[in-house]
Design a protein around this ligand. Structure first.
Ligand code: 3UK
Length: 518
């Protein structure tokens, strides 16, 4: 499938609505809280669309969505698309400061938020000059805030779709960089059906009889694509879990209860599950036919152990928000454990050196990808955009080499960014947090492999004069990080040192610390 196969006037709400003719009464979505058929989901999305139009939302306007994985999240998402809005899917793990930056940078005039997440925006809400309406899912917010259920209740179940262009923007996700504020990555309507066809159908082999479940939340494009857009593109059902994916027992119970056939997880999730004694006999996982891993590289020993204990294969593939989804992937019948697989048809990749020349086979180069689903720019970031979006090529910032059979192997990043549990962590952010503690003089953070060879942050800390390097202080610093940042960003190890390796100009040389670890 190519972009030109889509009509010029195309609204990605048809990924939901094409099911109305063929399977209106089929279960589209299940969760512990609610179950919706395709007809019910389409009707509720229309009601959200109607309510948004009533607030004056027009084509091209951003509507932010900050919620737990739920029927309401999904209906709000498609309601936004239907009226031609841009759905800003917000990461639920961030701090009020980060939410403020994203809501402002994304120019959100309307925010739809779960009541449980309201405390994360309430402290900054009055500073947001563009935000006019806050709709609260699940219960009352401030006086005057519409409550989702009542807000949509009077709206008709029918609504005409905004005649968007296939290249109009329809969604926006924020991703963090090494330094500076997060980058807004917009995607067009066409990117959703294209990624669904190129990877979901052609590589994964999704079909209407499938039922998907992902620990990757819907606010990541790994989750939105894998656990909503791709399955609905083929008429398959999705399983949603509102709670955190870190609690392995909840994930396994969800599989046992709702019987998905396809399961998406990050490598840390597989490792955490494998650490549970007898999980494969304590839970009924027999509905699963195939598993997917992305977010960071899946080490071969985890692939093998999963295969031995569950009988299931894991498809590892590399994707990124800038490309919406996976562009190099293993195939269900052709897997090389430890590798990211081979390029997905529809995409071209190349590995280049510092001057942009292709490196010989077997040598490590920077991975560039070319295809029709890449974003075109970072919102309000002209210079960063020009470094990443190189004409038809997208610079992933990943280092890779390719073996003789054309399988790609991840070999680290070109920047200092870490993927922890599949989620970005900037070492600079962790360092600034540690430095704000009175006992810390300076510090450097790098990635270190844990017992499963998955990367976690490690901090090298130089203490202020008079501070003793005790275990108690170590614990205190980690607890301090947990208070100041999202939990997953905290250092798992702290090593007290008397000085840090630096360049002549005083820049910390993280690569020397990394070499010391290896
Ligand atoms: C890293 C991987 C090795 C890599 C994503 C699937 O992770 C996703 O998007 P993000 O924008 O991060 C992208 C970066 O993460 N990475 C992702 N997958 C792998 N490294 N092996 C992998 N299998 O550094 C990449 O540049 O958060 C993944 C689908 C959609 C996504 N957005």
């Amino acid at each position: 499938m190519r972009a030109s196969d889509l009509p010029l006037t195309y609204n990605a709400v048809s990924i939901l609505e094409h099911n109305l003719a063929s399977r209106p009464d089929k279960v589209a979505l299940v969760s512990a809280e609610r179950e919706l058929t395709f007809a019910a989901a389409a009707a509720e999305a229309n009601q959200v669309g109607g309510a948004l139009r009533r607030l004056g939302v027009r084509q091209g306007e951003t509507v932010a969505l900050l919620g737990l994985d739920s029927a309401e999240w999904v209906c709000a998402y498609f309601g936004i698309l239907k009226v031609g809005g841009v759905a800003l899917s917000m990461n639920t793990l961030l701090t009020p400061h980060e939410h403020a930056y994203i809501l402002r940078d994304g120019r959100a005039r309307v925010l739809i938020v779960h009541q449980t997440l309201l405390p994360a925006v309430e402290p900054v809400r009055d500073q947001l000059e563009f935000l006019e309406h806050v709709v609260v899912i699940g219960g009352p917010g401030r006086a005057g805030d519409p409550v989702y259920a009542g807000w949509i209740a009077g709206e008709p179940a029918e609504l005409a779709a905004e005649p968007t262009h296939r290249d109009d923007l329809c969604c926006l996700n924020y991703s963090s960089g090494t330094t500076g504020e997060p980058k807004g990555i917009p995607h067009a309507h066409k990117d959703l059906p294209l990624t669904a066809a190129l990877w979901g159908v052609n590589v994964l082999g999704l079909r209407a009889s499938d039922r998907t479940f992902a620990t990757a939340k819907l606010f990541f494009t790994f989750g939105t694509g894998g656990n909503l857009i791709f399955p609905w593109h083929v008429g398959a059902s999705v399983v949603l879990m509102a709670g955190p994916p870190r609690i392995t027992a909840n994930v396994l119970e969800t599989i046992q209860r709702f019987k998905p056939t396809l399961f998406y997880n990050a490598p840390t999730g597989y490792a955490a599950t494998l650490a549970q004694p007898d999980f494969e006999t304590r839970y009924d996982l027999s509905s699963l036919r195939l598993c997917v891993s992305a977010g960071e590289a899946l080490p071969a020993p985890i692939w093998q152990a999963w295969k031995e204990r569950t009988g299931l294969s894991i498809i590892d593939g590399i994707g990124c928000t800038e490309n919406y989804h996976i562009f190099i992937s293993n195939r269900p019948d052709e897997i090389r454990p430890g590798s990211s697989g081979r390029p997905v048809p529809g995409y071209e990749v190349k590995l280049v050196d510092e001057v942009g020349a292709e490196v010989p086979q077997g040598e490590i180069g920077t991975l560039l990808v070319k295809g029709e689903t890449a974003s075109l720019f970072y919102v309000h970031q002209y210079e960063r955009s020009q470094k990443t979006f190189l004409g038809p090529w997208l610079n992933t910032g990943d280092k890779y080499f390719v073996d003789e059979d054309g399988y790609y192997w991840h070999a680290g990043r070109t920047d200092d960014m870490l993927k922890v549990g599949g989620i970005w962590v900037s070492p600079v952010e962790v360092e600034s947090t540690l430095i704000s503690h009175p006992a810390v003089l300076e510090c450097a953070v790098i990635g270190r492999g844990d017992q499963s060879n998955l990367v976690k942050p490690k901090a090298y800390v130089v203490l202020q004069a008079g501070q003793a390097p005790t275990d108690a202080l170590r614990e205190e610093l980690i607890a301090y990080c947990r208070e100041q940042m999202a939990d997953y960003k905290r250092p798992r190890w702290i090593e007290f040192v008397s000085e840090l390796p630096k360049t002549a100009t005083g820049k910390i040389q993280r690569f020397r610390l990394r070499a010391g670890e290896a």
